[in-house]
Design a protein around this ligand. Sequence first.
Ligand code: DX5
Ligand code: ZN
Length: 216
Amino acid sequence: MTKVAPSILSADFSCLKDEVEKVISAGADYVHIDVMDGTFVPEITLGALIVKSIRPVTDAVFDVHLMVEHPETQIESFAKAGADIITFHVEAARHPHRVIQAIKAAGCRAGICLNPGTPLTMVEELINDIDMVVIMSVNPGYGGQKFIPNSLKKISRLKAMLLEAGSHAEIEVDGGVTTANCNELARAGADVLVAGSAVYKAQNVVEAIKALHCEK
Ligand code: DX5
Ligand code: ZN
């Protein structure tokens, strides 16, 4: 079964505690936390302080997605704030292997994110060192965008690459995931589905998360 990681980017920030509790009690596996710096992507969202403030709300896995330049400068503060998984963009890191080592040294699981225009070869040499690869199926920066269809083939190719290398890394798909395309994504090899609008804008959050838990 795929894991479901609701993105709090689509939550109501005026009552974030309730919004986190809502998705956890509805069956979410991870809480996906989108960190944007206004440089790597246009918007600024939230920092380690917010992560720290919601950490006492749940024991659930906090999956922190860094959409920032110089990700190496942010590892320690997000780890201290309570991140369990930290993923960063290979496009923003000059020394991605060193960033992975820093994330692990901080006691977190490490993952690399690839923008839609970034080839899988950018992660190939690192797949035995990481716990997650994030296939961005939209250009990062905003919730509620449309899924880029080419991502499906990229997921299948990544799955084959991981199997061949004997890598245990999870494949996370982020952007435009819906209850309509989730089964296809699972069949292609997705292990974790990030869903912002598909969960937080759903009429029935329990039903939405149930539908996003797909057979692999
Ligand atoms: C995009 C973010 C995503 C986004 C997903 O930059 O990384 O996590 O919030 O939102 P939806 O599911 O609405 O595309
Ligand atoms: Zn994200």
